[in-house]
Design a protein around this ligand. Structure first.
Ligand SMILES: [Zn+2]
Length: 149
């Protein structure tokens, strides 16, 4: 287990104990699956992934766990306007940006730390401290362009 993953788990368990909740076996399994995925996911995808290994896990359990991860600050909700709530691991200093195809709805994630750094510099020069932000670039993806061609 890497250090980041360990830290996220500690953060979650600290939150649970503060709330008087237990770290159940299923919550731990769901958190492991979520962290191992290492990209944004949505409830149905995570549920199917978990169910393939743990047939007794219910959809509602996965949903409640994701809500808990969000409340604990270990997950972050992303809404890209397609009606699907996605979740990603909320790590400080790592942010993903999104390319959204307006034709087929395909979502591509990308990391660009220089963009992030530049934004922090611009905000900082204006005396502003960024706490959260989301970049979503809308356009047409490669395969849609190819089909139209
Ligand atoms: Zn497309």
């Amino acid at each position: 287990m890497n250090q980041t993953k360990q830290k996220v788990k500690e953060q979650f368990h600290l939150f649970l104990s503060k709330q008087g909740l237990k770290g159940t076996m299923q919550r731990n399994l769901i958190l492991d699956a979520f962290l191992d995925l290492d990209r944004s996911t949505h409830i149905d995808e995570l549920y199917l992934l978990l169910r393939s290994k743990h047939p007794t896990i219910g959809h509602a359990t996965v949903y409640r766990a994701l809500r808990l991860f969000t409340a604990a600050g270990v997950a972050r909700e992303i809404n890209l306007g397609d009606g699907l709530t996605r979740y990603e691991v909320a790590r400080l200093g790592t942010r993903r940006d999104y390319l959204v195809c307006t034709d087929c709805g395909a979502v591509t994630e990308f990391d660009n730390s220089s963009v992030e750094q530049h934004q922090a510099e611009v905000a900082g020069s204006m005396g502003f401290n960024i706490q959260s932000l989301k970049i979503e670039l809308r356009g047409v993806c490669n395969s849609c362009v190819a089909q139209q061609g």
